[in-house]
Design a protein around this ligand. Structure first.
Ligand code: FES
Length: 515
């Protein structure tokens, strides 16, 4: 297959009988209301991409998930006439499917671990994560007897074992982070730097383990980092943040069996592909981008804000989770300086508050932003997840611990908030046994991670006795009842005294199978 990179997570894979394109994001308007931009820039390549797609053989588009740096309406509109079929994951929430239909595509929904053949030999197989607020997918694409595994930013690291038996030629996966924690959180710079470093190291460890397991011929870093010309400069430089650049990761990830390929947008893997990692933009690059591009967020005015519209949007969400029992959780506070909203998910109440007289609750998550920011949240056409990723809010929480239900509430659409709560509550209750290398003792724990249901049978346990979830690296203290050190959650670990012999290569014994 011929592999051409078009920036971020957009790859064009050309075979004899089919052409595949993934997640095209080539607009010059960036994403998330003009906060994120592609690096290096790629919008000038749209015409040449369209030319490549104007072929007589079948062209297939794959969209991994609905984040705007993967699902870019503008590019999708422009390339639609040249695409024969579009593959999307069959997420429970039909947002992506309906949007692609509305754009005029012939859409095929594929379920987890299923394949769609485009001719006798060429196919695409999907792996899907669809729990809580996480809708994500990875695609194994087979063309001309070669495999391209595009994992993009799908944290499906706990499910890659079966790929080890395949001869994977190309492996594309994100190595940098992409969330609003800790960037938007109110804390000292040294704390942000230290949290970012931990997150970066966890992500790099997951990618390094995946490369070791899959042993691809080529690793293609992709799906980030984005840059942020209209936000604080240090964010684009990757300094003390989760948005590290290729030049920061090479020494940590290098593997003897895999070649690292640093394609710039428009480049192909030929005999002499780029072997030098791409560094961050310079201050001058950012200046040019600021001059040439229009930031959408800066076109929104505080006058667009209407408090009743915001209350309606919030109530719609609170209403949809009304009778679900999920225990108590911190109060959510929206703050636009003089006034705000107090949202109590446990009681199902939404109240307008005046901060001159308001007493802060003992446990809360406060989102502060401009009226323009909350005008976006009041508009049913915009998704709260996209608004959060504009990185324009300032967040404070007490205690400083992630609460899954607050998180789902803030990152869901009205159409999927209920399923986000129920799937999270629905984690299966199998138990497994793991060995704690710190003291050599055996611990019985819940098999599935309370965050997003990752199977912990292949989790690692560090020297301090903390179990590390393979998907998002939450830490659980085995000696302290499996208490999570990252969020309010537990694996309910229990030391067991019976002697256990584990089979070779198995880090955990499955109690449900053995008993
Ligand atoms: S599934 Fe996210 S940390 Fe375990």
């Amino acid at each position: 297959m011929k592999v051409t990179f078009y920036g971020h997570n957009c790859f064009l894979l050309e075979g004899n009988n089919a052409v595949f394109i993934t997640d095209p994001w080539l607009t010059d308007k960036g994403a998330f209301f003009g906060s994120w931009y592609q690096w290096p820039v790629n919008h000038h390549l749209k015409d040449s991409l369209i030319e490549k797609l104007s072929t007589n053989i079948e062209t297939i588009l794959y969209i991994s998930h609905e984040h705007q740096d993967h699902f870019d309406r503008e590019t999708l509109k422009d390339i639609q006439p040249y695409i024969n079929k579009c593959i999307v994951p069959d997420y429970a929430d039909k947002f992506l499917y309906n949007e692609m239909l509305a754009l005029g595509y012939e859409v095929i929904e594929l379920s987890d671990q299923s394949k769609h053949y485009f001719n006798k030999d060429d196919y695409l197989e999907l792996m899907i994560v669809d729990t809580g607020v996480n809708h994500d997918s990875a695609a194994l694409i087979h063309i001309n007897r070669e495999f391209f595994f595009n994992q993009n930013d799908c944290k499906i690291f706990d499910r890659l074992a079966y790929l080890a038996d395949l001869d994977i030629n190309y492996y594309a996966v994100q190595f940098s982070g992409a969330t609003w924690h800790p960037i938007c959180y109110q804390m000292a710079d040294y704390q942000k730097a230290s949290i970012s470093k931990k997150k970066v190291m966890a992500k790099l460890a997951a990618v390094r383990n995946a490369i070791k397991l899959i042993k691809p011929k080529y690793y293609l870093p992709s799906a980030g980092p984005a840059i942020f010309p209209f936000l604080e400069e240090s964010l684009s430089f990757g300094i003390d943040s989760i948005f590290i650049h290729q030049s920061d990761m090479e020494t940590y990830l290098k593997s003897a069996e895999t070649e690292f390929v640093y394609l710039k947008p428009g480049e192909q893997i030929l005999n002499n592909y780029t072997t030098v990692p791409i560094g961050p933009p310079t201050a001058a690059d950012l200046k040019v981008m600021k001059r040439e591009f229009l930031c959408e967020f800066e076109t929104i005015s505080d006058d667009d804000f209407n408090i009743n519209n915001l209350v309606n949007e919030v109530c719609k969400r609170v209403e949809s989770i009304k009778e679900i029992k999920f225990g108590t959780c911190p109060i959510i506070i929206f703050d636009w300086k003089d006034k705000g909203l107090e949202i109590d998910l446990t009681k199902g109440t939404v109240d307008i508050v005046d901060f001159s007289t308001y007493e802060m609750p003992s446990s809360f998550m406060k989102i502060s932003g401009s009226k323009a920011y909350f005008s976006l949240m009041s508009n049913p056409s915009y998704r709260w997840q996209d608004i959060a990723l504009s990185l324009r809010a300032s967040v404070q929480r007490k205690p400083d611990m992630l609460n899954t239900f607050v998180n789902i509430f803030l990152f869901s659409d009205p159409s999927n908030i209920r399923s986000g709560f129920t799937t999270t509550l629905d984690v299966k209750d199998d138990r497994i046994v793991v060995i704690n290398p710190k003291n050599g003792k055996n611990y019985e724990i819940n098999r599935y991670c309370p965050h997003n249901g990752a199977d912990l049978k292949d989790a690692t346990v560090d020297k301090e006795g903390n179990l590390i979830c393979p998907r998002h690296s939450w830490l659980f203290d085995l000696e302290n009842e499996g208490r999570c050190l990252t969020a309010e959650a537990s694996l309910y670990s229990k030391e067991i005294v019976e002697t256990i012999t584990l089979c070779d290569n198995l880090s955990a014994r499955l109690l449900t199978q053995d008993k």
